[in-house]
Ligand binder design. Sequence first.
Ligand code: XUL
Ligand code: CO
Length: 443
Amino acid sequence: MPEFFTDVTGPIPYLGPDSNEPLSFRWYDKDRVVAGRRMEDHLRFAVCYWHSFNWDGFDIFGAGTLDRPWLAPGLDPMEAARAKQDAAFEFFAKLGVPFYCFHDVDMAPAGDTFAQSTANLNELVERAAGLQEQTGVGLLWGTANLFSHPRFAAGAATNPNPEMFARAAAQVCNILEATHRLGGENYVLWGGREGYETLLNTDLQREADQLARFMHLVVEHKHRIGFTGAILIEPKPFEPTKHQYDYDSATVHAFLQRYDLASEIKVNIEVNHATLAGHDFHHEIAYANAAGIFGSIDANAGDDRLGWDVDRFPVSVEQMTLGMYEILRGGGFTTGGLNFDAKLRRQSIDRSDLFHAHIAGMDTMARALLAASLLLEEGELEANREARYAGWDGALGRDIMNGSLDLPSLQKWAADGAPDPAPVSGRQEALENLVARAVERAR
Ligand code: XUL
Ligand code: CO
């Protein structure tokens, strides 16, 4: 196959923090053991097919700017898809990532009929299986695009027309089976248009029931075909719809409990979706861990002054340290990983820009891992947290929590002359200094 990224030999080497070589890792040293695990196994990086290979830089104001020859109009769609696949796997291998992620339509062109689309997908999935074997790159997750085609304008599972539901289910059946065929470690459901624009035409109750039915169908089929990966929902509060049903981790958790799905489905948390929901990234992880539904991460970044999904590559070590800290505190990834659901800026038109973007993201996450594991190892944050709640392990705390004290008993406790409880410092600034010191010292 002809090379596409001819300027880069790869695999990108680790040359250490003092390296001036732009095409090198300064922090991501995949075999280095951190907190008992190789960096590569901790971070489980994945490149996403859609932003990197299936997007030519178009936005709502203008046409594509990027050099993606397989997206040019008029090509034979299957030939173009093969060229795209070759360039994608060449990139994964040269970058040196263990995983990738894709939507059905990123890899395979839609045919004139559903049967033709299925045949296209199956052919390219077989080809991907061969490329995975050749390169050693695995599939972190597959997913269905149920939002781009005009038929899904009013939603897929939540569409007012059951025929659209059926069409979406058929599509998911194909790509779930393809994900299984490719040894995918997870299957992701992003409810792209599962939401509403106006309540004036929307039946909330029906749409929630439909969405749950859809999820149950996916879970049933996962077990039927013996797919052992995790099913993950990716929360997002809005965009494209005004109100998305899978708003954030807490909303998704409530939905899963309401429809008896909490033991079957977890969440794929995306940084920029968390911030759009008005949360910190690490809040979403901590919530998911506390609820037992943490799955995987879409690593990217928003922009402090822009209220939409800009999907930048992550470059803030501080922000990512707090996220990695919550991930490590929860025990680290099992089937999940860090998928760069991030895209180049429209002016980054050199082929090598895709390498620079991923190197920045991977080094940022590697530094964040080092800082987070230093914080955990030194243990001051956890010791502080434990000391702060120590009263709950004493007699009063235990009796409140085990139900042996009712309101009148607590009234009696206060009336019997218990001393007024004295507030203690929350020490926020001191703790923030601990984090800053770890970020500075982590090597
Ligand atoms: C959209 C988004 C998607 C999902 C997969 O905001 O994040 O790319 O990750 O459909
Ligand atoms: Co995403």
